[in-house]
Structure formats: C-alpha cells, structure tokens
Design a protein around this ligand. Structure first.
Ligand SMILES: [Mn+2]
Length: 358
C-alpha cells in the first residue's frame, strides 16, 4: 500500500496565503486520485501563533476518504485533536504507531528541548521485539551528515535533532522528516520530505511530496502543482563587446532550466541580480528587465546590480579572458566540502584583475 508524506505547509488564513492552501490541496487531490488512503503531515502544518483551524477542517471534509495523520512541529507545538476537529483528522501528541500492511510508522511529535533519539527511546517498546520494518516520522534537524548542511534560515537554536547515532541505534527502514523545507537526504535513508509551497524568495524551485510504498520499502517524489514558485537568479558578467548578447543567452538558458510549462509562468516570482564587471551597467539592467519581463518581480523588487562594477580597460580584458580560460581548465570535480565554487574563484580573479572600479 502507498502512503503520502508532506510537511511544513505553514498555513495561515487563505486570505493571507492562498498559495499555501492551493499547494496542500494539490497534494490531497493527487493523493486521492492515486487511491492513497493515508497522508502524513510531519509537523508545521500551521504557521507559528496561528490557531484558526476552520479552513483546514473544511479542506479535510472535501477529502473524506483520506486519513490525515498529523504531528506537531516547532511552529505548531500545541495542536491537538480537541482543537482540530474532523472524522479523518488524527493528531499525535504522544509517540504513537500506525500499522499499514506489515509496516510500522512511528510518529514522534515535536517536543522543544528534546532530541529525537530521546523520544524514540521512550517509545522503544512500540518498535522492539518485532522483526518488521519501521518508518520514523519526525520533525527536526539532522546531525552527522557531514559536508554542507542545509539550514532553515528562519529557525534559530536547536530543534529536536536526529543524529547519525540515533539512526544506527534504532535502525528505522527510513526516516521521513519535516522542518527543513528543501527536500534532500542528509544521511542515507533519512529524508526531508520537502514543503508543498515556498514561503518566500529564499525557498526556490519546484516543490514535491513523497509517496512511500510498503511493498518495496522505498519512497518516490511527486511534484506539487501549485500557484506560486520562486526563483532567485544571479548572473556573473564579464566585460566584453558581446557581454549583453552573452547575458541574453544565459537568461534564456536559465528560464529553460526552470522547466516550467509556459502556461504556469504566471505562478513565478523572481529576484534578479548581476555581479562582476561590465562595459555597460545600464544595458545589463535593461537586458535583465527585458529577459524576465514575462515574470513577476518578487515584492516588486528591482534587479540588484550593486556588485556589478564598470570598466573600459581593454588590456585588462585580455588578461581577464585568458584567466577565465585557465579557471575553466581546472578540474572542478573535487567533491563536497567547504571548497570555493568556480563562480567564487572567477569573482575573486576578476576582483584581482580589475580592482573595484566604479
Ligand atoms: Mn519546523
């Protein structure tokens, strides 16, 4: 049997954020149409300090063939079944188990000041003594992934971390977590399921939810078709006679890379910036304006060219084009870790060549 999992809808009123309801409803629709009976919401269904549950209840009544299994997150730690009412709504305020086919789902509700390992230990009798596989549902951070860690910039402090040691000790088949809104797998078999809708321009790109199959024990990502997508695009400019036509080409490629159907372009909001060195800063700004004129600017923001410096020195241009060639020739596949990116190296080289010319 298949079970759908999402998290971090951060619902407020539909007047404030209609796109968050639209994205969640798209998941409900897709889930129903596939014939799935259970949708798990792994924390932060509601935004902080928000207690108006009636719109959510109305939405759930439309999908009465679907059971919604909800745990609290750090933004909605006090939700419970006496406040959120519906025959198909289940809110877990204590560690609890849902058995589907031969699989056990262990719900670990968010508790401030606790680690996920502490709470799993408290519920150990629910998973022990069984040879069956179990899936952890939780809300919090993951420690021990190594390399660059995805962080939720909205969140300060520590939120119910799950450590690599916890995973090795309790051995869930999979952990499916909310809290970090970008879907990824920080350590093997531990997934952040991703949020249905970006909350602002810092949460860019396509959204997804997961479908777990109890037969195969694996999870598959499905795309959310919502009403809002954010993209934050930065362009590196090198001074050259054809810098504007190169930029126009980059813009076209960038829009292509979003892979959004033109009929959905109206859902997109963009933030734009250009940096580097230019022979014509105003032409760069104009090219950005024209290149993205089919899209809404996030918060009516203008494109940012604060870190784009002007230059007209032709000898320096020869030095710079040879330097860029040499940087391109380097082997850039040196793995993860805090190494500079190719773009960072190019910017540093340009700064050395041109200085900050204004
Ligand atoms: Mn959270």
């Amino acid at each position: 049997m298949k079970i759908a999992v999402t998290a971090d809808a951060h619902l407020r009123t539909s007047g404030e954020h209609p796109e968050r309801y639209a994205a969640l409803e798209n998941i409900l629709e897709q889930t129903r149409d596939i014939g799935i009976e259970h949708l798990i919401i792994a924390g932060d269904l509601f935004d902080k300090e928000f207690q108006n549950y009636s719109e959510f209840e109305t939405l759930c009544r439309k999908y009465d063939g679907l059971h919604l299994h909800i745990i609290p997150g750090n933004h909605d730690p006090n939700i419970n079944e006496s406040d959120i009412v519906g025959a198909n709504i289940h809110v877990y305020t204590e560690p609890a188990v849902l058995e589907v086919d031969s699989t056990i789902f262990l719900f670990i509700p968010y508790v401030a000041g606790k680690t996920m390992g502490e709470e799993i230990a408290r519920a150990k009798d629910k998973i022990e003594g069984s040879e069956r596989e179990w899936v952890l549902i939780g809300h919090g951070e993951v420690y021990g992934g190594g390399g660059m860690r995805e962080v939720n910039h909205r969140e300060r402090g520590t939120h119910m971390p799950l450590s690599r040691d916890d995973v090795e000790q309790f051995k869930p088949r999979l952990a499916l977590l909310g809290h970090i809104h970008k879907p990824h797998e920080p350590i093997p078999n531990v997934y952040f399921v991703g949020s249905p809708c970006g909350l602002d321009i810092t949460e860019t790109g396509h959204r997804q939810f997961l479908v777990y199959d109890t037969d195969s024990g694996s999870a598959e990502a499905l795309g959310v078709k919502g009403e809002r997508l954010y993209f934050n695009e930065s362009f590196l400019i090198f001074p050259a006679v054809d810098e504007i036509s190169l930029l126009e080409k980059q813009i076209a490629e960038r829009i292509e890379s979003w892979n959004v159907d033109p009929s959905d372009h109206s859902t997109i909001q963009v933030r734009l910036s250009a940096r580097g060195y230019s022979k014509n800063r105003s032409a760069v700004k104009e090219a950005l304006k024209l290149g993205f004129e089919g899209f809404m600017a996030y918060g009516d923001e203008d494109s940012n060219i604060e870190e784009l410096y002007s230059t007209t020195d032709e000898q320096l241009e020869d030095v710079h084009s040879r330097t860029m060639e040499l940087i391109e020739e380097l082997d850039w596949a040196w793995g993860a870790g805090p190494e500079p990116t190719r773009e960072q190296v190019k910017i540093a080289a340009l700064a050395a060549i041109y200085g900050k010319v204004s």
